[in-house]
Design a binder for this molecule. Structure first.
Ligand SMILES: C[S@@+](CC[C@H](N)C(=O)[O-])C[C@H]1O[C@@H](n2cnc3c(N)ncnc32)[C@H](O)[C@@H]1O
Length: 313
């Protein structure tokens, strides 16, 4: 058989992993998994889609993650549903033991499941992040009230939700390393062949870029305590609508939350509350131009460092 691009062996061009004094305490990794059926349309490197180069299982396992992490560390590892066993294999090869997972539930704008996913047996609307521990280290206190699910809308091909960072930063300590990063996160060390600011990630030029938070409110018990992550997310949605002219009463009606809950979420979102009275209409004159500062976790992170490799694909 004449070799074609799909049958030629590929070896990834792999740059050294970054290091930091004492080692990274938390690693987030979203590897370019190579699927067995590389001619299938779902394979990331499919020629027609030209997304990004992939690595085989042995190459991923051989990455010296154990050497650049602290004695006690957390790992968040994205893995496609079909490659769950390979994911656990990688997690263990990097020196971690599997303890739990966080599920990303992909939602439509109205909050329903986003059934545009692919899948041979089922249409996938979820994607797991395997959570592993090296040595011994509990999650930070807010994790105990953080649910292991992220519900947001999809963005461009293989792009993961930014809400992952809020969840990780509130549940696991820095210094933080993101492997196979495409968009550097402030306070994190990014490594990956598309992580340079001047590199335009390939996925972005393809159709389907949308994303953003889902625009419905989860139902809450009257005195339910919110995790920092959920409170931050709800605050962002409420602030956006408040700044567009909605009143606190309207927001309470729409969300089903008490006036008091809406007020405190708006305050947590950093917005200056308007005086009582008729709700302002969002007009060019009335809509504030100020961008809302969303409250973040206290800065306890390593200075951003970046290691990049030359683009191999
Ligand atoms: C699944 S994507 C990561 C998506 C990213 N987490 C996001 O949310 O946008 C995998 C990334 O690994 C990169 N990659 C592929 N081969 C690589 C290699 N040999 N070394 C470093 N990065 C590589 C790809 O270019 C791609 O950016």
């Amino acid at each position: 058989m004449t070799p074609t691009i799909d049958t030629l062996p590929q070896t990834a061009d792999i740059a050294p992993l970054p290091t930091i004094d004492g080692g990274f305490q938390t690693v987030l990794a979203d590897p370019p998994w190579r699927f067995a059926n590389r001619t299938g349309k779902v394979a990331p490197e499919h020629r027609r889609l030209d997304r990004y180069g992939t690595m085989d299982l042995e190459e991923i396992k051989a990455l010296p993650v154990g050497d650049v992490t602290a004695k006690n560390a957390h790992l968040y590892l994205w893995v496609p549903n079909a490659l769950l066993l390979e994911g656990i294999d990688v997690l263990q090869a990097w020196g971690f033991r599997y303890v739990s997972n966080v599920i990303w539930a992909k939602r439509r704008k109205d909050g329903g499941p986003d059934g545009r996913g692919v899948g041979f047996y089922f249409r996938n609307v979820t994607e797991p992040i395997l959570f592993g521990v090296k040595g011994s280290m509990r999650t930070l206190a807010p994790a105990r009230s953080t649910v292991n699910m992220i519900e947001t809308r999809k963005r461009e091909h293989s792009r993961k939700p930014d809400e992952q960072y809020d969840l990780i930063e509130s549940c696991s300590p820095g210094p933080y390393l993101e492997m196979f990063a495409r968009y550097a996160r402030p306070g994190w060390t990014a490594w990956g062949n598309e992580s340079d600011a001047e590199v335009e990630p390939k996925g972005r030029s393809h159709r389907g870029y949308a994303g953003g938070a889902i625009e419905t409110f989860p139902s809450l018990e009257p005195n339910e305590r919110l995790s920092p992550w959920l409170s931050d997310r709800l605050a962002r949605i409420l602030v956006e609508e408040y700044e567009a002219g909605a009143s606190i009463d309207q927001l309470a009606n729409e969300s089903g939350y008490s006036i008091q809950r809406v007020r405190s979420l708006l305050e947590a979102g950093g917005v200056t509350l308007r005086g009582r009275g008729r709700p302002k209409k969002a007009t060019a004159e009335s809509a504030p131009v100020k961008k809302v500062a969303v409250k973040k976790q206290p800065a306890k992170k390593a200075a951003p460092r970046k290691a990049t490799t030359k683009r191999s694909n």
